[in-house]
Design a protein around this ligand. Structure first.
Ligand code: HEM
Length: 483
């Protein structure tokens, strides 16, 4: 006698509504709503957004199952309508499905763009830019003026990233009469992050709801115009010839050599350059903005950090990247900030085929979101999780490179962030410089504990309100450092 087939058990989850599924349970901060739901339904939870089955992963142990034990099966991405138009027919990496193309691109960029050597190559440029930032803050410091440090963080990180990737900085109305390159990139990021209804209701494709596809196509055209011009400039520049310079040079040299080992032309280069800017700019800027916010909100942390900087760097020179390995407390401060404020709140994975995880059946093609924000607040892993306390990392071996599943700001496994090393250097270097050179106070006699720390949800999270602060210059003498 044939036994009846065992019913496959999906993970638990709340009741959904017809058609929309569970969209109605999400508010302005879905990471927080999903965290609360996980406390009721468990760390592996099943929901449906439109017609999109989704698994939510909300604890360190569960994250390890998805990102280590079953890493390969969850190393894909869900369909993403926006990336179709901005990625030169799916030639990008960050939104690419798992497969040969993604593997080739990942290998190539890890080798050519993210090596330790490449990160070090841009050190002089970062030094110049960070010094320019300090100079730009001095007049406000002299006059006791308030500075928008959210904009400043975005500007310094944006300049460093643009110089790394494109070899130049961009003004607001650069290269285009109508819209600057900066604006095109910001708008593209916003479109990539926006909930595109077609991703959740694929049968509505024909509707082109909200005009999103048309808007994205227009942006993609503009980006193409800019980036084509930038590549042409690189190719025509005599002084660049033979130099292993910015990412454009590096990638175009591979195109010209024909040694990529797979179909690789200027369309792939353009798609990957955009990936790097979209994945690397807002993330690092958000981390700088949040870390500085926490330092200002916790004056004892600022004092201790300044003491460490005085001991390691002194008061008569500026911080250099070579000082970073000796700034142990700074490392703890940055880790703690990334724990409470991970720039990417939900890792966007997708399963490749049907599989069983922890006794639950998960069909192939299931969107799988790892709630990094929730994991950083896991009460078992993190006692008193809401408290900003860098001391938890003093004498601790917990790192943020994806080995410790309770601290995953850069993800983990095959899909983990390839720009980790570059991102960390930028965050640590910029924050160290800001805190070493300046004391920081809040405007209007606001006390540190009054600083609002609300979060704005997005593909990359940031502060809901800009960080406004008054710098006071505190370095004695800089004459040794102006070279
Ligand atoms: C504070 C800085 C940064 C943070 C917190 C961060 C975080 C992340 C996270 C969480 C992911 C997704 C991992 C996953 O899906 O499991 C990711 C992917 C990625 N990041 Fe970063 N990142 C940072 C900086 C950078 C920089 C500077 C670059 C490049 C210049 C970069 C390039 C990428 C790329 C290309 C991917 C996609 C990888 C793939 O899909 O295979 N990131 N990053």
């Amino acid at each position: 006698l044939l036994k009846p087939a065992k019913k496959k058990k999906l993970p638990p989850g709340p009741m959904g509504l017809p058609i929309i599924g569970h969209f109605h349970l999400l508010g302005k901060n879905p990471n927080e709503d999903l965290y609360r739901l996980a406390q009721k339904y468990g760390p592996i939870m099943y929901m449906r957004f439109g017609s999109m089955p989704t698994v939510l992963v909300s604890s360190p142990a569960a994250a390890e199952l998805f990102l280590k034990t079953h890493d390969l099966n969850f190393a894909s991405r869900s369909p993403h309508e926006a990336s179709k138009y901005i990625s030169y027919e799916q030639r990008n990496m960050a939104f690419a499905k798992y497969g040969t193309y993604w593997r080739d691109m990942r290998k190539l960029s890890t080798l050519e763009l993210f090596s330790g050597l490449k990160v070090r190559q841009f050190q002089p440029m970062r030094r110049t830019e960070v010094r320019l930032m300090v100079e730009s803050l001095k007049p406000a410091a002299e006059r006791g003026e308030t500075v928008d440090m959210s904009l400043k963080s975005a500007a310094i990180v944006g300049d460093i990233m643009n110089l790394t990737v494109f070899g130049r900085k961009f003004g607001d109305n650069d290269l285009d009469h109508e819209k600057g390159f900066k604006e095109v990139l910001t708008a593209t990021m916003a479109e990539a992050a926006a909930i595109n209804i077609v991703d959740f209701f694929p049968y509505l494709k024909w509707l082109n709801l909200l005009g999103a596809s048309r808007r994205i196509k227009n942006l993609a055209k503009k980006y193409d115009k800019f980036v084509t011009r930038i590549i042409d400039d690189h190719l025509q520049s005599e002084e660049r010839k033979g130099k292993n310079g910015d990412f454009v040079d590096t990638m175009m040299a591979i195109v010209e050599s024909g040694e990529a080992g797979f179909e690789f032309d200027s369309r792939n280069v353009k798609a990957v350059l955009l990936d790097m800017i979209l994945a690397g700019t807002d993330t690092a800027a958000s981390a700088v903005e949040w870390t500085l916010s926490e330092i200002i909100k916790n004056p004892m942390v600022m004092k201790r950090l300044q003491k460490e900087l005085e001991e390691v760097v002194g008061m008569d020179q500026l911080v250099e990247e070579s000082h970073l390995p000796n700034l142990k407390y700074l490392e703890c401060v940055v880790k703690e900030s990334l724990r409470i404020h991970p720039p990417v709140l939900l890792l966007p994975h997708s399963s490749i085929e049907d599989c069983e995880v922890d006794g639950y059946y998960i069909p192939g093609g299931t969107r799988t979101l790892i709630n990094i924000w929730a994991i950083g607040r896991d009460p078992v892993a993190w006692p008193n999780p809401e408290k900003f306390d860098p001391d938890r990392f003093v004498d601790s071996k917990v790192d943020l490179r994806g080995h410790d599943f309770h601290l995953l700001p850069f993800g983990s496994g095959r899909r983990g962030c390839p720009g980790l090393q570059l991102g960390l250097v930028v965050i640590q270097y910029v924050v160290a410089q800001l805190v070493h050179c300046f004391d920081w106070e809040l405007p209007n006699q606001m006390s540190p504990d009054q600083l609002d720390m609300s979060e704005h949800y997005g593909l990359v999270s940031c502060r809901a309100t800009h960080l406004m602060a008054i710098p006071t210059y505190r370095i004695r003498d800089q004459t040794k450092t102006t070279s």
